[in-house]
Design a protein around this ligand. Sequence first.
Ligand SMILES: CC(C)(COP(=O)(O)OP(=O)(O)OC[C@H]1O[C@@H](n2cnc3c(N)ncnc32)[C@H](O)[C@@H]1OP(=O)(O)O)[C@@H](O)C(=O)NCCC(=O)NCCS
Length: 174
Amino acid sequence: MIRGVHLRPVAEEDLPLLHAPHATAPESGAAFDWFGFSGAGARRRRWAEDGLLGPDSGVLVVADDQEFLGSVGWRRNPFGPLNHGWNIGIGLRAEARGRGIGTQAQVLLARYLFAHTEVNRIDAHTHVENIAEQRALEKAGFTREGVMRGAQFRNGAYHDMVVYSLLRREVILD
Ligand SMILES: CC(C)(COP(=O)(O)OP(=O)(O)OC[C@H]1O[C@@H](n2cnc3c(N)ncnc32)[C@H](O)[C@@H]1OP(=O)(O)O)[C@@H](O)C(=O)NCCC(=O)NCCS
């Protein structure tokens, strides 16, 4: 574990960073994470309402002692009338990548969600060419389940996505 790296709720001063180029510009290097420009207003309104922590989705900041490093998020993923899981996502600013922070943040998020919600399963979908995220998920304990063909529309085309999952019994909660 990297000392000091933790998850925390989004503060008002984080909102421009959530909407900063690392998350919103095609030239940011977030080649697999850019879905076109989006307005900052909707997120600010939702933050004012529930701090981006609702019953069906949430966002937390990845930070160290000094600074904002990126964010993680989750959305409800229904599996029929009786239960659901969470689908998680992550985006780190370019300077924070490649140092193990993405692995750690996804471990922390999984522990948080298993500790504070009753789901049995967390999954993550990533582009077949996003090797960094696939490695980070594997190092975080996720299992590769297969490929969803032509699932995600981004930048003019449909892309194949790899599915990873982590079950409650596979995580040791502190
Ligand atoms: C994907 C992301 C969250 C991973 O976090 P990270 O902190 O960079 O990842 P880590 O340092 O924990 O681990 C990355 C692993 O991938 C490897 N890796 C990184 N870039 C790679 C590349 N281009 N090709 C092959 N392996 C790569 C690293 O070597 C490391 O593996 P190792 O420890 O076995 O050497 C982060 O890079 C990011 O935010 N990227 C942009 C947004 C994005 O793609 N989000 C996911 C959308 S589904």
